[in-house]
Design a protein around this ligand. Structure first.
Ligand code: 13P
Length: 245
């Protein structure tokens, strides 16, 4: 049985006042689904000491555990601040910082070494989809970004079509199922039972109004939510939908 996961990615949003949203989400210890919030790095320590039953994660880490890398954050630093997870290979990192699959894989190994769960993101562009390349592109990203040694305990995969992120456009449930079923088959083919146990999240314009149908989709074990994770009033109902699914 895969435990469902409701993950929020605050991206580059949130000053200290935003921590009140975590208070508003309340104690999630009794939630059937695991709840994860990835605030900006500046808020991780404060967030981790404030929540109950909510895991806290980073949004990126460096592949090295320390060293001369001005402005970067090591996985061990995230763990030290109270994080248990880290998002890696988000399409915004791939686009803004030129991260490729190999870079993402090296970061995943660093994350595991620090005891973090790696939430590894894959997803096609609109050009890829229109050219019929979705499964190829996403499959290539998966094989290159997920290192050997991935397990159900140390890795979560998030499928986030680039064209659905922050746009209000959502794939049909048939399109989501096609990709998630393909990802599941690839994970099982490579990692066996561990691949069957890895959570597969959908991300891209998830909100309370579409959560029920997305969570009812084949091989969807939860969501990675951007905009609708910033306010407890929006994210709470998504957690509820996942718990009810
Ligand atoms: P939105 O939910 O704002 O579309 O963002 C999705 C995302 O990129 C989560 O990582």
């Amino acid at each position: 049985m895969r435990r469902k996961l409701a993950a929020g990615n605050w991206k580059m949003n949130g000053l200290s006042a935003a921590l009140a949203e975590l208070d508003a989400l309340g104690d999630q210890s009794a939630s059937a689904a695991e709840v994860l919030i990835c605030p900006p790095a500046t808020l991780i320590a404060a967030a981790a000491s404030r929540v109950s039953g909510i895991a806290i994660g980073g949004q990126d880490c460096h592949a090295a555990q320390s060293g001369a890398h001005t402005g970067d954050i090591a996985a061990s630093m995230l763990a030290d601040a109270g994080a248990s997870h880290v998002i890696l290979g988000h399409s915004e990192r791939r686009a803004d910082h030129g991260e490729d699959d190999y870079t993402v894989a090296t970061k995943a190994i660093a994350a595991w070494e620090a005891g973090l769960v790696a939430v590894i993101c894959v997803g096609e562009t609109l050009d890829d989809r229109e050219a019929g390349r979705t499964l190829d592109v996403v499959g290539t990203q998966l094989s290159g970004s997920v290192p050997d040694g991935a397990s159900a305990a140390n890795t979560v995969i998030a499928y986030e079509p680039v064209w659905a992120i922050g746009t209000g456009k959502v794939p049909t449930t048939e399109q989501i199922a096609e990709v998630h079923d393909d990802l599941r088959a690839r994970l099982v083919g490579r990692f066996g039972a561990e691949g069957d146990g890895m959570r597969l999240l959908y991300g891209g314009s998830v909100k309370a109004s579409n959560a029920d149908e997305i969570f009812a989709t084949s091989n969807v074990d939860g969501a990675l939510v951007g905009g609708a994770s910033l306010k407890a009033a929006d994210f709470g109902p998504i957690i509820d939908a996942l718990n009810a699914s």
